[in-house]
Design a protein around this ligand. Sequence first.
Ligand code: HEM
Length: 364
Amino acid sequence: MTVFPFELPLPTMWYVVLLLVTMLLHVAFMAYVLAGSMMLGIAGFRGMLGRVPRDSAWQAVTRVLKDWMPFALSAAITAGIAPLLFVQILYQQEFYTANLLSFHRWMAIVPVLIVAFYLLYLLKAHRIEGRLALQGAVAMVVMACVLFVGWSWIENHLLSLDRDAWPEQYRTGAMVYASPAIAPRLGFWIVSGFATASALLAWQLSLAASGVAAEVAARAIRMLAIVGVVATPAAGLIALPALGFWSADEGLRSGTAHLMVAAGAGAVVAAAGFALVLRRSSAPRAGLVVASAGLTLMWLGLLAAREFLRLESIGLESLSARHERVGTLSGLIVFLVFAVIGLASIAWIVRTVHRAQHGLGDPK
Ligand code: HEM
């Protein structure tokens, strides 16, 4: 097979596939958090968060977001761990160099995420219900924190690929890497985040999340479908310049052509799905299935093309020898032991919460 990444040497192919699959999961939650924090931040700025709930579509969306953002943020963080592992295996030298060059600035992600996490719980607290200014301020700080983290990942990604900038970055001790590619790339992640979050929020509302009444949910889903219809093709188009496909040389561009076609087809299918939701917002599930399938295809195409560019620009030969060596290192038993412990812990937590929710506590 000649479709990327299946034509790569086996160990490299295997790590790229694992990176793409796990990255897709990170993207789903991260998009929800990125767009969700912006929706809450904008609503907060406009003084719309603290008001007594009215039955408007916008209120329904912010209500679901307030309830689910703490979970979504923790899921985005957790789902970031697996691609983090595979990025390090695939691009050891490039990734660590970028981390080290902007060390304190890079590590700032951790306290910033902790602040965002606790503020999201504060936003949910009944104690600040109705306090317009306070809720607005909290939501805007959360938005700033999330944008900072997104910007940091982009900066790290671009710095890791810009070898020429490393000596100067080291010499000056600069903690910020300035590049004209950062802003458009952030723009792409925000627009694609709105497209993806629209589908996820519409699913939640169609499943009566946060107890939103069916009639209000239908209006909110309509509003989200409008966002999806616009944002999905826009994300596909912005990706071309923002992720570096346009500026790549001819060989690289033709290497990604089939992936970009897949991504484009995904964007069109997703937009059609959102349009279907608009036509039938009281029974949106069929449209949402189509939109979600389209978004998945779009993301797989874009993420694979993004990886193709990176592998080719770093140089496959230098990387594949290391991947081959790493692929012979054993650790399966340790992995399986921890996998079993992890799965058992998750099962125990789910069972405990289920029993507590249904009043099935142990008889005393
Ligand atoms: C609010 C939290 C987060 C946001 C908004 C966010 C956003 C992003 C963005 C925008 C990118 C794409 C970078 C690019 O290609 O330009 C990215 C990549 C990535 N993120 Fe996250 N992220 C978050 C948290 C995390 C955390 C906590 C982890 C790790 C535990 C993580 C792991 C990754 C990995 C491994 C990549 C791929 C990096 C690469 O390919 O160079 N993310 N993230």
